[in-house]
Design a protein around this ligand. Sequence first.
Ligand SMILES: NC(=O)c1ccc[n+]([C@@H]2O[C@H](COP(=O)([O-])OP(=O)(O)OC[C@H]3O[C@@H](n4cnc5c(N)ncnc54)[C@H](OP(=O)(O)O)[C@@H]3O)[C@@H](O)[C@H]2O)c1
Length: 298
Amino acid sequence: MTKSPVTVIGLGPMGAAMAATFLGNGHPTTLWNRTAAKAEPLVAKGATLAATPADALAASDLIVISQTDYAAMYDSLDGDGDGDVAHALKGRVVVNLSSGSPDELRRAGEWASRHGADLLTGGVMTPPQGIGQPGAYVFYSGQEATLDRHRETLSELGDAMFVGSDLGLSMLYYQAQLYLFWSTLAAYMHSVALLGTAGVSAEQFRPFAATTVRDLATDGPMGFLKILTEMFDAGVHPGDDHTLRMQAVGADHVVEAAREAGIDTAGPLALRDLFWRAVDAGHGSDGLSSVIEVIRRP
Ligand SMILES: NC(=O)c1ccc[n+]([C@@H]2O[C@H](COP(=O)([O-])OP(=O)(O)OC[C@H]3O[C@@H](n4cnc5c(N)ncnc54)[C@H](OP(=O)(O)O)[C@@H]3O)[C@@H](O)[C@H]2O)c1
């Protein structure tokens, strides 16, 4: 094998998919997981299970971590107190692709520096089955030169999108995308539930939902991603023929419809309150884009 060695720490669904990808592409792959048994299918295919975290760190220059959170990294690498792990971190490139808050990631950078390691943080924008598949990408932040040194290997997981040297940025991008993803799908679930109370099936509604989601990203009259972006950049919130006050009244009706139907109202109430707070802040005659002002300064 001529490929560079990789160590993967964390063998949940995501870490296991990453390890399988590196292994399948010919990298000597070393594993460590708190629950060692999860390594068995990969060891059967040729991976090496390290006996200790220190052994896992010693096996490769490139350490990829995929665990539930950053606390898991400290539990795994910082907990034994005998200095082995701290010593083994020296000179390593640690790529943590776990979820955390941006400040946690920045603190992790300080922790890594104290141990002589170089940290890259990342947010993975695909489910485990998408790892290594076209369309998968990962937001990275940290030192770009460090990413460049390992870009070829890391790109095997998905396209490497460098977003900046601030270690928290990868998670900010990741969370921005997750919020968009979850809130859109939660709104879809609300819509399906609402229509369901009148006997409309999800499949009957799906084509209309698909039109809305698709059109939002187009350049057409419903292409509000671009329309709002231009307004944010210009710092203007024209109300013209669709004022925020009109839309806040419409949001009241969405809440009432949910109440009448006997379904959960929490999502519509939050949206309605946001709109009315923007109206109360003086944006009633402005357009929808003005809502960003109360999001920025609640
Ligand atoms: N799955 C997805 O669709 C997806 C998509 C994008 C990003 N992500 C991110 O990828 C990361 C991994 O996700 P996942 O789906 O693989 O599952 P997960 O359940 O979040 O991660 C499980 C892994 O974390 C380890 N772990 C948790 N707490 C630990 C601790 N205190 N000490 C040591 N190890 C600990 C587990 O070890 P044990 O096996 O011993 O329990 C296991 O290896 C998460 O941060 C997630 O947000 C996931």
